[in-house]
Design a protein. Sequence first.
Length: 311
Amino acid sequence: MTAAATPPAVHARAPGKINVFMKVGSLLDDGYHDVATAYQAISLYEEVFARDADDFSVRFRGPIDTAGLATDGSNLAIRAARLLARTTDYRGGVALDIEKHVPIAGGMGGGSADAAATLVACDHLWGTRLGRDELQSLAAELGADVPFALMGGTAVGTGRGDRLSPALAQGTFHWVLALADSGLSTPEVYAELDRHRERHASDIAPAPEQPAVEVEVLQALRAGDAHQLAEYLYNDLQAPALHLQPELAQTLEQGELQGALAGIVSGSGPTVAFLAADADAALELQVALSASQLTVLRATGPVHGARVVSG
């Protein structure tokens, strides 16, 4: 399934994400949890450059320390390329160069963005011409956050987070991201959530079997109202992330003292996302947190999902 002429190199990009709301259901028999989350794609991108090759390989560069990332067949981007090749009977390979800007193990879906951009880049490079729906199906095989990195924008995710429904969002939301010095393992955070619930079983409501995103969150997004959204930012994984990295509590307190409307641990953490009232407030918050020796970035959302930039 190859076109007569395919480009020698393709540049695609996919965004990181923030979970502005996340409810986690009870532990299931298969060891997983159903979730209900409101995703927003933000202007922090993974850049993937794909070139024809006989085999599959990946290299990393960019401002993020990638020394600990796997570059063998376990890497999610290589798994994405191999899956597309198998699905379309493509017989060649690809050399991937990935410029990383999304924190690793930071709860912002950087690896998922790599996979989504790789699917789009290789589909274009190889001329396999799968439709968007088919690419979404492949993305769902790769991981819970990969379909959203492909879709982008704002969406509600249910099931493992991969069953997506687009959500209306007006205007632009301004975020300041405080990056941690070390990452958190998603399975470890979920395991800590289960322990947290067991420890406090007499004090907290039981986990829902079928979690849902609160309607007020969707109303705030639809209205483009940052002040309203700030009241409803919520993440069931925040408490276990704070238990595993207690210093995150100080980061949250600092951001809110410096003028953030609200702060939240994104996904399984440890990145803390602060919502600002507007662009000027976000800049002031970035400057103040930087002066406190925190590593911070500004971003806006929502933005488009994975797409080809050139090639």
